[in-house]
Design a protein around this ligand. Structure first.
Ligand code: NAD
Length: 406
């Protein structure tokens, strides 16, 4: 899929075939075997990877995931997507990604810590603030980031907070990182709504997924005047056309484990939720939610991709023909990596910003990126996803040319 998208983009923008050839491959992939002493006293060896796709614009950047289904090809593809995501928002980074084949749900905290330290030690030669700056991803959080940072600092003999982002605030994490992705979704939504002539005061919004991205997207869209009429989680959805009280829904989910059953709201399925009458739809749970099967029945005028890959290429085509704008993941959910960049900047300078400063800088960064993509969208007459790709690939290609790589 990553290669197909690059191919499509290369045709549209008439990309130099030599640059295209280089971009098809990562610059480096490291495969490591990590011996971990398990709680039963036996050693188990885990396999992990770190893929570094392209560093024409700056050091590699991208998360590390822990999952039984991790493969080398998946990690490579994800590192290519990170190159585009960093480029589209104008960050001075290239793309990287890491993964370890493991099931942390079946491991003790001690085993996860020993695995995390072992993995970071194994990749330590190719990471660092000037080389590659990993972060969290599926099944890794600020807890693992703290272990990674500590392990790397021990190796160096001094504190190196800038080697990893997504750390707890106490050891150099950034204010505002928790809210960043959802805030970014709302900022991109605000700019897209202006272009589409959607008045956000009273605009009806439906959000699939009520986790970190879903909740904060809803929270900031509500602050902009929107009415959140539907939300969901893995157990199902709830709907109230008069609007839901977000804080109350959040409290209810914290107590009961789900949004389903929230008093005064109708229960609906996740499938029906996506097809509700609304102005803005925010898929922020899983990939492949909007497909050729339901794209024709989507009523929203604007889709903000909080999740990665929620819309299939077939659905993209249908939606584009129907005049529904899809703000693509690499732009709409780039608030997270952008504040990761801010975290690294703060670590390097040893000077820390308030949450307001972080939010303000994020707003400016994403408005600039949105406008750039929107201009390409108008000029090339492609959908917003391809416009974002053209924007991202052009910037990387330009840097490669200037550096004399082709
Ligand atoms: P999360 O675990 O906090 O929340 C996920 C939510 O989705 C939960 O509410 C869960 O119940 C719900 N969910 C799971 N299966 C579902 C289903 N079948 N139908 C409806 N809801 C379902 O995760 P998150 O951090 O909010 O990430 C969500 C998505 O956003 C992922 O695709 C992730 O890769 C992407 N993303 C996250 C960030 C970030 O900073 N957290 C940044 C960029 C992209």
């Amino acid at each position: 899929m990553a290669l197909e998208q690059l191919e499509k983009c290369a045709k549209i923008m008439n990309l130099d075939p030599n640059i295209h050839e280089i971009l098809k491959y990562p610059k480096r992939v490291l495969c490591v075997y990590i011996p971990v002493r398990m709680d039963n006293g036996k050693i188990k060896v885990f396999k992990g990877f770190r893929s570094q796709h392209n560093d024409a614009l700056g050091p590699f950047k991208g998360g590390i995931r822990y999952h039984p289904n991790v493969t080398m090809d998946e990690v490579i593809a994800l590192s290519m997507w990170m190159t585009w995501k960093c480029s589209v928002v104008g960050l001075p980074y290239g793309g990287g990604k890491g993964g370890v084949i493991c099931n942390p749900k079946e491991m003790s905290i001690g085993e996860i810590e020993r695995l995390s330290r072992g993995y970071f030690y194994a990749i330590s030669k190719i990471v660092g603030p000037e080389i590659d700056i990993p972060a969290g991803d599926v099944n890794t959080s600020s807890r693992e980031m703290a272990w990674f940072m500590d392990e790397y600092s021990k190796l160096k003999g001094y504190n190196v907070p800038g080697t990893i982002t997504g750390k707890p605030v106490e050891i150099g994490g950034s204010e505002g990182r928790t809210e960043a992705t959802g805030l970014g979704v709302a900022i991109v939504g605000r700019e897209a709504a202006k272009c589409l002539g959607i008045n956000l005061k009273g605009a009806k919004v439906v959000v699939q997924g009520f986790g970190n991205v879903g909740y904060y997207s809803a929270y900031f869209l509500e602050k902009l005047g929107c009415k959140i009429i539907g939300v969901s989680d893995s157990r199902g959805g709830i709907y109230n056309k008069e609007g839901l009280k977000l804080d109350a829904v959040r409290e209810f989910k914290a107590k009961t484990g789900s949004v389903v059953g929230f008093p005064g709201a109708e229960v609906i399925t996740n499938e029906d939720l996506l097809e509700l009458e609304c102005d803005i739809l925010v898929p922020s749970a899983l990939e492949n939610q909007i497909t050729e099967k339901n794209a024709n029945r989507i009523k929203a005028k604007l889709i903000l991709e909080g999740a990665n890959g929620p819309t299939t290429p077939e659905a993209d085509e249908i939606l584009h023909k129907r005049g529904v704008m899809v703000a693509p993941d690499i732009l709409a959910n780039a608030g997270g990596v952008s504040v990761s960049y801010f975290e690294w900047v703060q670590n390097l300078q040893g000077y820390y910003w308030s949450k307001e400063e972080v939010f303000d800088k994020l707003d400016k960064l994403l408005v600039k990126a949105f406008n750039k993509v929107y201009r390409i969208y108008e000029e090339y007459k492609v959908d917003m996803r391809m416009a974002a790709y053209v924007c991202a690939v052009s910037r990387v290609a330009e840097a490669m040319k200037i550096r004399g790589w082709v």
